[in-house]
Design a protein around this ligand. Sequence first.
Ligand code: OSB
Ligand code: MG
Length: 367
Amino acid sequence: MELRLVKLPLVHFFETSFGRIDDKHFILVRVEGDGVVGYGECVADVDPYYSAETNDTCWHIITSFIAPRVVGAEFAHPREVFAALKAIRGHNMAKAAVEMAAWDLYAKQRGEPLSRTLGGVRDRIESGVSVGIQPSLDDLVAKVDREVAAGYRRIKIKVKPGWDVEAVRTLRGRFGNIPLMVDANAAYTIKDADHLAALDAFDLMMIEQPLDYDDIADHAALQGRLRTPICLDESIKTVGLAREAINAGACRIINIKPGRVGGFAESIRLHDLCAAQQIPVWHGGMLESGIGRAANIHLSTLPNFTLPGDIAASKRYFDPDLIDPPIEVAADGTIPVPTGPGIGVTIREDRIADATIKQTAIETVRA
Ligand code: OSB
Ligand code: MG
């Protein structure tokens, strides 16, 4: 196993209710077995704002606790990896980065696209975009105009108190009945219920994570007062929490990010639970490079991913990306699923080397 911390400049800054970022810092995990190589991209950030994990905690947990349990170990299937890490509580982003590298490695060993290994059923996925908080409503309109023209199948805008109802009203006035949703990243409390109910007038597809990241009960109370479906993101840290949220009526839609739940095996369990409960899912995004983006595309081919996800073209984020060719979106707002083995994209080792801030290797010598 080899870990690298890499830094890539974002093409445009990205602003959420947590703040603004100009560069993406992330850990890349490379695993090798029988001469085959697999990659996993960690979705932790520099700061513990979206989740409690950071790049530094992931580095620590992977090197000190995960690597000793997987490097040199024999696994018949990558679904065994998450289970092998059971003694480590939490730290799902760290676990996922390693687990997803193992799935890529396994799919490459079998010579099949990862989508097939995961149980996918389609060869293209529907693409949506996440538009950050903008300096002005004019900037927002210009940005959304460009994304609608590019063919994206739904537009999500980031909201926070002071940047919400007017932004939505402006977009509805300018673009009419486009598929539109908002993501608050937990910026409100239940005291804002009446204010959030004003969004019901705009026929949004959903409102994502309006309240705190561990507050299932208030989301249930809020959903009782809203016509607009609530989608949970940050709150769904485990499959068990998803079951509780669904049973409590805290959401009608769930966003799946493998990093949040500990990898692909847990994402498949979450996907299956939601399918059984008639909860549609879509694939979230974490501003991934082409490596993590490709992995997300493969997972999105599972049958209950019935809504467009936050998986957009590479060029919105990084130019150049770490893969060649980059991920592109067709004029009809879909992305073809890579057909080569594993994640199925060509990795530019030279660009990774240029972007590397630090690296370490963990090796075993077989007896
Ligand atoms: O809440 O979905 C989120 C980006 C970073 C952290 C959290 C989120 C996001 C996005 C961007 O919404 C999705 C993307 O374009 O990758
Ligand atoms: Mg979100």
